[in-house]
Each structure stands twice: as C-alpha cells, then as structure tokens.
Design a protein around this ligand. Structure first.
Ligand SMILES: Nc1nc2c(ncn2[C@@H]2O[C@H](COP(=O)(O)OP(=O)(O)OP(=O)(O)O)[C@@H](O)[C@H]2O)c(=O)[nH]1
Ligand SMILES: [Mg+2]
Length: 363
C-alpha cells in the first residue's frame, strides 16, 4: 500500500457504421442507369491514450460519456461516406480498465502508450455491390454495423511524487494546503495529522502528487509518537522534502535525526533527491532568518529553502524545486508506477484532494 486508489466509471461507445446508399445512375441519354449507391463510412474507435503528464482521474469525473463519431452514409455516384472520427480518452500511466458490471479486468494500461478499446462499426455496402446479371436494379443496400457501447470502471493507484518529512508542527500540512487543493488539518499541537493526505500540485499541464504524513519524532523507529509505519507511504516517492521549523531549538539537528529514523526504516530512503525547507521564516524574534543561513552553511550540497506561507515567502522556490525533482527523475517515477499497479487504499476524492475513505484501512 503506497498510495490512494481512485476510481470512476465511464460510458464509452464506438461509432456506428454509416449506411450503404441505394441510388441509380441518372445521366442524360442513359435512360436506366445502373446502381451507383456508395458504401457507408466506418464508425470511429474508442482509444485510450496514456499521458505521462497526467497523474489523476480528475478530468474523467467532469466528462463521463465518450462517444466516437458515427460513420457517414454512402451517397450516389459510388461516393463513400466519411469514416467517423475516433474518440481519444487520455489517462495517466498505471490506469486499469474494468467491466463496470462484472468487475472483470479488461486491460491494464501499464506500459502501454495507446490502445484501441472498441472498434467502430463497419460501413454498410451500397447497392452498387449487389448488382448481378439477373438483378440489375438492387433496391437495397446494407445498413452500417452498430458500434459497441459499454460502461467501464477506470481505476488508478495514485502514488505520491514528493513526500513531506518533519517533526510534528513543522508546517507540513500548512504547505500541502497552500500548494494543492487539499484541506489537511492544521493546528498548533503535535500530531494533528493522523493519516497521510495527498494533494495535487498543478503546473502547466503537469500534476505533481504531494504526500503529507504524520510527524516523525526521534525514536519513531522504536515506536515513539505515531511510530514510523506511515513512512511506507513515502517509500516510493520520487523525492523527499524535509521540513524544519526554524523557530524550534532543534533546527540544526533535525535533518540528521529525521534521516536516522528514515534510515532505520529503509536505508534507500536516504538516496532519494531531497530538499530542506526551513519553515516559520517569519519568526524573526526567534532568529529564524539567521537559523536559515546556518542551515544553508551546514548543508552546502542540499538545496535549502526558507519558507513562510503566510507571507508567501519561498513558496515559488519550493514549487520549482518539486518540479525539478520530478522532472529530473521522470523515468523513475514511471518505473515506480509500473511496479505498483495494485494495492492502495480507497479515498474520497474532492477537488483533487484525496481523503481516506476508511482511516482504519490506512496502515
Ligand atoms: N508563524 C508561522 N507559523 C506557521 C508556519 N507554518 C505553519 N505554521 C503554524 O504551525 C502550526 C503547525 O502547522 P501544521 O501545518 O499543522 O504542522 P504539521 O507539520 O502538519 O504538524 P503535524 O500534523 O502535527 O505533524 C500551525 O499552528 C500553523 O499555523 C509559518 O511559516 N510561520
Ligand atoms: Mg499535519
């Protein structure tokens, strides 16, 4: 279980084939022209296109019905009807298509770029095809084949791109709420956040999934505080953001202590790209700006950003650092998605923020 699973249903239909045409040639001086009704065009297909820049099913909740165009009818002079246009449905990597009624898996789109799900109906043949020596005036043509209509379930496991790590009260939920539509509870007491929350940060046409997890304290690996079981939710993220409260006495040691706890859970966590975010930068009476400089000097090899969301200081820089972390590691993100096509817990999705349906499920 590394993320939230999201699902929706769609009604999809391929286009009907156009009808063949019944028509006879009419020309000057030719009294009884032969049949010349053309064929109907093919109905459009329903095609799924996997787009790496989409990470959610949000856009499919606005439009639930997707119909390909019908083929056009044939016409006289043996003119073919035009083929109907295909309908393309964009989905994020790792999407699974199921039969909505039976729940049966139709297709796992992991590793697929483009997939024709329903082909359109064939066009009917015009009466021109039905002429024979004994039947020179066929007054019939074939009707186009019907397209296929089905209700499908679309499922996706949403895996976070950036995981927030920090002591309680560092400002993790505050940051999540500013960067995404999530409404993670914010309060001045420790362990306000009790279960992971995901939010979607949008930039251009890209989605970046952020994960806010409960605060970690020294000794979490031995079970102190909320323990560190929630680290599994950030174990597959592309990058980590360490949030350190610059007004807290522990600002200079926090990064090492948090790293020790992560290492005790899984040493690979430390290999991830990371950024340190010094929060509460506005607390000048507690020397927050000076502490920020000390942190920068202590970790010259790590990007250290000062942040106060209330004064909008550092918000852009934080965003850019997330975009860069995800952009630099796009292939790894895709790999992770491919390897995690199952699992997760279900979430109630509201305006692109994910709230677990059943908190007990979230282990
Ligand atoms: N002055 C100031 N207060 C902040 C800042 N960021 C967050 N806070 C406050 O710090 C307190 C804790 O913020 P949260 O976002 O709930 O912290 P958290 O890291 O999610 O905490 P837990 O969920 O308990 O782990 C809240 O009272 C916030 O209003 C900041 O930049 N400056
Ligand atoms: Mg919180």
């Amino acid at each position: 279980m590394f993320g939230f699973s999201d699902e929706t249903y769609l009604d999809v239909a391929s286009g009907n084939g156009g009808n063949g045409c019944v028509s006879f040639r009419r020309e000057k001086y030719v009294e009884r022209g032969g049949p010349d009704g053309g064929d109907g065009g093919r109905g459009g297909d329903v095609v799924f296109v996997v787009k790496n820049n989409i990470r959610t099913l949000g856009h499919l909740k606005l439009t639930r019905s997707f119909r390909a165009e019908n083929g056009h009818n044939g016409s006289s002079s043996r003119c073919y009807g035009a083929n109907g246009n295909d309908i393309e449905i964009d989905v994020p990597p790792g999407t699974i298509i199921k039969n909505a009624e039976t729940g049966e898996l139709i297709k796992d789109l992991t590793g697929v770029d483009r997939w024709v799900f329903l082909t359109g109906g064939k066009g009917g043949q015009g009466n021109w095809h039905f002429r024979t020596a004994s039947r020179q005036t066929p007054r019939f043509a074939q009707t186009g084949e019907k397209g296929t209509e089905i209700r499908i379930g679309v499922e996706l496991l949403v895996i976070a791109d950036i995981g927030f790590v920090g002591y309680p009260n560092a400002g993790k939920s505050t940051l999540l709420n500013v960067l995404s539509n999530a409404r993670s509870k914010v309060a001045s007491y420790p362990f306000t956040t009790k279960i992971p929350q995901l939010g979607m940060m949008r930039y251009g046409d890209h989605d970046i999934v952020l994960a806010d997890i409960p605060g970690i304290i020294e000794g979490a690996s031995e079970g102190s505080g909320m323990g560190f079981k929630f680290l599994r939710h950030i174990s597959r993220t592309t990058g980590l953001a360490f949030l350190i409260d610059l007004s807290d006495d522990r600002y200079l040691t926090a990064y090492e202590k948090l790293s020790d706890e992560l290492e005790a859970y899984s040493p690979e966590l430390l290999d991830k790209p990371k950024v340190i975010i010094g929060t509460h930068l506005d607390e000048e009476e507690k020397d927050a700006p000076k502490h920020l400089e000390e942190l920068k000097a202590k970790y010259p090899d790590i990007k250290v950003i000062g942040l106060c969301v209330y004064l909008e200081q550092g918000v852009d820089e934080v965003k850019q650092s997330f975009i860069k972390m995800v952009g630099d590691n796009e292939n790894e993100t895709l790999e992770t998605l491919r390897n995690n096509a199952a699992g997760g817990f279900s979430a109630h999705v509201d305006n692109d923020a994910y709230y677990p349906e059943n908190p007990e499920e979230v282990k």
